[in-house]
Design a protein around this ligand. Structure first.
Ligand code: MG
Length: 222
């Protein structure tokens, strides 16, 4: 089972809900050809915890897809639970941050979108939620001042800044807590900047951040 280890406390958490935010960076909304304009409310979807895979692990392309995309994201790990959390107190409920990948079967997602169906299948395959080592929230003075980059085989594909989020982390924690009771170990994948694209077997995906988050590296398997 996947365990969240929170240094330096040694605290271990079992991952809970994997909450994900879609369309949280304007340039990514545009690259996806979204004609409805920028969202006034975030898109929320969930992945099963069986999608989690640790750094140095493998992303497996499922037989149901021929177009799996990378989406590098900042992940907020809930350390203290709550319901109806005010935005001003929201960051106190984040115990750690990490780099993550919201792997997406784009062809499956496109068919679901066209049919008005949910994204659970496109987003929820095993290994579709790589998660890097956790960095204690106390070491991150401002989650809106982080960089997030992704290279594929050493080539830069995504290079974003959390300052460009449409809905910032504190706002998201507060918003989500009004829908779902948040519990320790819940994860929030906060959306991807522009530059998403397909992966193929053998690719090495490396996510890094200039803001002090530990790197995440996974290999793609067919
Ligand atoms: Mg995403």
């Amino acid at each position: 089972m996947f365990i969240l280890n929170l240094p330096p406390s040694g605290l271990s958490l079992t991952p809970g809900k994997v909450l994900c935010i879609g369309r949280n960076y304007a340039e990514h909304v545009r690259e996806m050809g979204d004609v409805t304009g920028l969202p006034t409310e975030p898109v929320v979807f969930l992945k099963p915890s069986t999608a989690l895979v640790a750094s140095e692990g493998e992303v497996v392309i499922p037989p149901q897809s021929e177009d799996v995309h990378h989406e590098v994201e900042i992940v907020a790990v809930i350390g203290r639970g709550g319901k109806n959390i005010p935005e001003e107190q929201a960051l106190d409920h984040v115990g750690a941050y990490a780099l993550g990948l919201d792997m997406t079967a784009r062809d499956v997602q496109r068919r679901a979108k066209d049919a008005g169906k949910p994204w659970a299948v496109a987003k929820g395959f095993d290994t579709f939620a790589p998660l890097g080592p956790l960095t204690p929230a106390a070491e991150i003075t401002d989650p809106q001042a982080l960089d997030l980059r992704l290279t594929v085989n050493g080539e830069m594909r995504q290079d974003g800044r959390t300052a460009d989020m449409i809905f910032p982390v504190a706002w998201l924690v507060s918003y989500l807590s009004r829908i779902f009771t948040l519990e320790p170990g819940d994860l929030i994948y906060t959306g991807t900047p522009e530059g998403v694209g397909p992966v193929t077997p053998g690719d090495v995906l490396e996510a890094t951040s200039g803001g002090g988050l530990a790197p995440l590296c996974v290999t793609v398997r067919g």
